[in-house]
Design a protein around this ligand. Sequence first.
Ligand code: IMP
Ligand code: MG
Length: 173
Amino acid sequence: MKIGRVLVSAEEIEAKLTEMGAAITRDYEGQDLLLVGVLKGAFVVMADLARHIDLPLEFDFMAVSSYGASTKSTGVVRILKDLDEEIEGRNVLIVEDIIDTGLTLQYLIKNLEVRKPASLKLAALLIKDGVERPPLDVAYEGFHIGPEFVIGYGLDFDGKYRNLPYVAVVDEV
Ligand code: IMP
Ligand code: MG
């Protein structure tokens, strides 16, 4: 495998996260806010996005496995790590790296809504267009990309390349 063309540069990501952070700061001003990152992919987005939010927020994480052996989402989600804290009565903002089939998030939202948060919203850096998915209301979105497999900025290929500071396509060799 080779790193292919850069789809979203480090500078473009930085500018977008600045905008998203400003919008989140405005919307949650004076309110409690808990960011919930979906591991592992979202930890890079969450770290950088959070530093553009000028509020005394808190972090929590969930780890889920959405894919079986294949690279296609099945909708079968296993919770590998649950939240540390209860979320009843809290304003929860789920932070995701990318929305592909949306099945992982659909499951997570259902799972978290049962715990009765005061509000539950969604932020995602990347959204794949041209993919059939259940309706998802993404309150804070970064970039729309085509339905290709991408790596970098938290996204992996076989566990690697999460540390690339940009988002690139994969070139098969
Ligand atoms: P979904 O359930 O299909 O929306 O899958 C979401 C998860 O699949 C993301 O949080 C990523 O971890 C992973 N994923 C989806 N598309 C890609 C990609 O193009 N590259 C790397 N990981 C991806
Ligand atoms: Mg993920």
